[in-house]
Design a protein around this ligand. Sequence first.
Ligand SMILES: [Ca+2]
Ligand SMILES: [Ca+2]
Length: 344
Amino acid sequence: MPTWNGDGHLKVGYGECSIENYVCYAVAQPRSATLTGLVVSLSGKPVEGATVEVYDYKSDTMLASDVTDSTGHYEISGLTAGKVVYQKVKAEGYYTYGSESFTLQASTNKDAILTPTNYLSGVDVLLVVDNDGKKCPTYDCVWPDEIESAIRLAGYFVKKWDEVIQGRPPLEALEDVRTVFWHIGTMYDGAISEVDSRTLIKYVSDGGRLVLEGEDLGRDHGNDTFMQKVAHANYHVDIASGKLSIVLPLDRITSGLPLNIRFEHNPQYPDGVSPIARAFEVLQHESGYSAVIGYDNATDGGSRTIYISFPVHYLSKTIRDILIANSINWVIKRPVYLVVRGMN
Ligand SMILES: [Ca+2]
Ligand SMILES: [Ca+2]
């Protein structure tokens, strides 16, 4: 128990500490905040009658809402400045728009672009371009066109979902397609945000099929619930250098790949990870850490996931195309033998 010395010093155990530098702050009256914005469709048309909801980011509870007018505008007043919130926008015929978190100022403007639900009609693979991390190295961060072309070459109908333009994809969008490829590349510091993380945890626990790619997921998430339940991996190091080798040579995920794979260009920060219980290693870095991890709960009606802890951009096109095709085929569980035609 600290006791006063009577000379401006506190006696704590055998030592003393000064309180001369302590300053008292008056508690400021919270300032009110107003949120305004415009809601348009992906084709740029204003959306009338959309419900705009503001949520407290931490507790995920709704604070206020408004409905857009005939020009697509909304205005929500009576909010508190300084509060960290995010926004959902709902309208008939569109996927729910989810914004990233932001701090309310006295006056904040937030527009939203809604993706129509027919955007994903007949789509096999949704390629989520997670380009909204806070940081990116000085070079490019995402290369969605390379991945899109590999998925198309594998015979699938693929559509991109650009997070910066379309917002965070809701669970319904992920569940409207056969599988999701979540591409982060070299983005870091919050690419898989709390909003994305909640969606993906639910998606995988609902039995979703997912390929996850990014060199700093582990660096950003450590060993949190997302890493355990979605990536199915433990994180060890930010930079796991060296070429790759195949751990499962006869597996469908590695079929057609050479036993040793050199990167065409060395990635700078490939995460070194290892599989958690029930997950398994597919490719390994020379340093001994896992580079690709698979997880299969499909026999119990659950999910299948592949986590690639480096940017596939750094592989040669040939290797990249094979790895992506194999990964999608495996998570979708496409039959090994195609239907033999002309047998009737
Ligand atoms: Ca994101
Ligand atoms: Ca890393």
